[in-house]
Design a binder for this molecule. Structure first.
Ligand SMILES: *[C@@H]1O[C@H](CO)[C@@H](O)[C@H](O)[C@H]1NC(C)=O
Ligand SMILES: *[C@@H]1O[C@H](CO)[C@@H](O)[C@H](O)[C@H]1NC(C)=O
Length: 316
């Protein structure tokens, strides 16, 4: 990808320095011949400074390379934008499920699987559910499948805690929308990675998240650490994120970052945008800290192992 571009920028720079040194040498010979060293020393000094500045520039730049894979303002439609990444070697240690286990690994983004209206409806669902409680720190989750909802420093089960009242918060239509969207995400992942969708299973946890800039109170609030989903969640083979709010206008910070050995690559959330990737260590990632506003998203993940499959969330 842009690795090439980066390599090239370094090239001309280094060449420039070399040229300056050669020019310096030529001038030294010339001036030695003329017997006047003052201007030469100045020139050499300037060349050395340029070299040092160039080196500092390149190395500081290398330390925080950030490439935007997809910005908030772009519209990725009708086909997903796909970035292939070599599968990590970890897959050799996992049981293989033909038709599902990644043969090709990578990441992709699409804005044409979920409409903004649908994302808006899901966001309202998240807002209503999370309004029932929420973390004391800046990161709250609501898992419709298990019923887990952040409350203070821990979690409660919404279905047990709120009992019948939950039907005043969520409707059958809400769950139907979740199921439809889940099915479409499954289909686009299968198509993109060349899988049989009937051999992929929804897996847990599958949850809504709400993040704002309030400081973390417990480690459950610390969403920004780099991690590998397959390691963190075991059962995950494909992870997807559906964004329910817009980077830049609903919140700042909160970009999704793939941490590659040669640079960081970001996806900027956009309401209705789906980003998905193979869950192995080829996709080490983190979420940047939210600095302002509130960021809503849903994590929907799939496993190849039927034993780890779960059914769609439903009202009890
Ligand atoms: C973040 O959300 C919590 C509710 O979970 C709220 O109490 C807090 O005031 C919010 N912080 C900011 C900075 O908006
Ligand atoms: C990626 O970002 C992290 C900070 O989030 C930084 O420590 C690391 O050096 C960056 N990686 C590259 C290769 O630029």
């Amino acid at each position: 990808m842009t690795v090439q571009r980066r390599g090239n920028t370094k090239g001309p720079d280094a060449n420039g320095i070399e040229k300056k040194i050669k020019r310096g040498n030529a001038l030294r010979q010339a001036s030695a011949w003329r017997g006047s060293r003052g201007p030469l020393l100045l020139l050499l000094g300037a060349a050395a400074l340029c070299g040092a500045a160039g080196w500092l520039y390149v190395s500081s730049w290398d330390g925080e390379i950030t490439e935007t894979l997809v910005s908030r303002g772009e519209l990725v439609t009708p086909k997903p934008r796909v970035y292939t990444v070599q599968c990590s070697e970890d897959y050799e240690n996992y049981k293989r499920y033909p038709g599902c286990t990644p043969q090709r690994c990578g990441r992709a983004v699409t804005d044409s699987v979920v409409t903004r209206e649908e994302a808006q409806a899901l966001r309202r669902l998240a807002e209503r559910g999370l309004a029932l409680a929420g973390s004391e720190g800046g990161a709250s989750i609501l898992d419709l499948h298990s019923g887990a909802l952040s409350m203070g420093k821990q979690f409660v089960n919404i279905y047990r805690y709120f009992g019948d009242q939950i039907s005043e918060v969520f409707t059958q239509e809400d769950f139907q929308l979740y199921r439809d969207v889940r099915g479409r995400i499954q289909a686009v992942i299968a198509e993109t990675f060349g899988l049989d969708p009937s051999l992929m299973y929804l897996t847990k946890p599958t949850f809504f998240s709400r993040i704002n800039s309030t400081a973390a109170k417990t480690q459950h609030d610390e969403y920004w650490h780099p991690h590998i989903d397959k390691v963190t969640y075991g059962s995950f083979d494909y992870t997807s994120l559906l964004y329910l709010s817009d980077y830049g206008s609903d919140f700042t910070g909160g970009r999704f970052i793939f941490m590659d050995p040669n640079g960081n690559r970001t996806v900027e959330p956009r309401q209705g945008r789906v980003s998905f990737f193979s869950s192995g260590s080829e996709n080490l990632h983190r979420v940047e800290k939210v600095t302002w506003g509130t960021r809503y998203a849903i994590t929907v993940s799939f496993t190849c192992d039927p034993a780890h499959g779960i059914s769609d969330p439903d009202l009890p």
